[in-house]
Write a protein that binds this ligand. Structure first.
Ligand SMILES: [Zn+2]
Length: 79
């Protein structure tokens, strides 16, 4: 499955996950199963390069109360 995207890709030279070396980003960028390709950008001691580490964390949530308020606002707009 492929998705058209106007965003520039983060992965400079993705390779099969199984050929990834120590210090290369593990973030999956394509393929399936044994053919899954990882980002492989330098990531130092971490599992992911800085851009993919940020993607894994997701947006910051200031507090549970703010989060609940945003969810309720979203649900109420859907009616
Ligand atoms: Zn990466």
């Amino acid at each position: 499955m492929t998705f058209a995207s106007r965003r520039p890709t983060i992965a400079n030279a993705p390779r099969p996950w199984l050929t990834r070396l120590k210090g290369e980003c593990a973030y999956p960028v394509g393929g399936e199963g044994m053919a899954t390709r990882s980002c492989c950008n330098p990531c130092g001691a971490g599992a992911y390069c800085p851009a993919h580490a940020a993607a894994m964390r997701g947006p910051a949530i200031p507090s549970a109360t703010d989060y609940e308020r945003e969810i309720m606002r979203f649900l109420e707009q859907g009616r």
